[in-house]
Write a protein that binds this ligand. Sequence first.
Ligand code: URA
Length: 278
Amino acid sequence: MDRREAMLRELNLYPLWERRHVPESMHSVEAAVAQEPPAEVTVSSTDVSGNASVSGGAVPRAEVEDLFVAGPYGDSGEDSLREFQIKIAGGPLADVDWPELRQKVRGCELCALRAGCTQTVFGAGDEQADWLFVGEAPGADEDVSGEPFVGQAGRLLDNMLMSIGLARGENVYIANVIKCRPEEDRHPHVGEIAACLPYLKRQIALIKPRVIVALGKTAASALLDTDATIASLRGEIHDYNGTPLVVTYHPAYLLRSPMEKAKAWQDLRLAVATLQKK
Ligand code: URA
């Protein structure tokens, strides 16, 4: 089995896609899109806190802690998160460059996660990438290596990238909403997201990606400020401060629900088509 066949099997696209004979040239983004017309593209505009500027980071710890009583997205903590983001919008991260941002993340103690993890996982890849993939938070493997998506979910993400002619680090940046591993890999709480999101927003402002792919509910909720389900957010081009954003399933979810991998492939092709239209 060659590498490509392995990747297609991983994505549940083999032998269906094999029968169509996928030429070598399919490895390029253009060819991947040309394979089939893209899904209809609708544009919906959603903004975090209605503010186009990058949110800042020097947040008094007490304010963050107030939010820790709230659970993950979807419960009553959501309103607090919005108010909190408005409060910190335009803060001191707006002028921060890459080295300083790395340093700030490394030294961040805004929430309790830092005390329970081995190291922060900043993000990795091409700092001028057209493509930005955003996950939730580091897991055990990432906590040890300091790199995002290096475990089983990361291997699937690599295959997903390859399916549209991309490779990690080559015109691709990978980051998470949360930079520290939550204990027992639980979902991050709303206060943790509020504390960490400004770092991701600054990364986005520095990268200036041409398209963002939100992997899973935490990334989609945080970047689009919504509690809508992944199923309802898929298939549409959303707007993150002027950058198109496509929502798809988190690779960890796809590992548990392999039948959904074909939908993720559609989402990736929608992202490719979006980038080509720009
Ligand atoms: N899951 C994520 O969301 N991010 C990682 O870096 C690894 C697993």
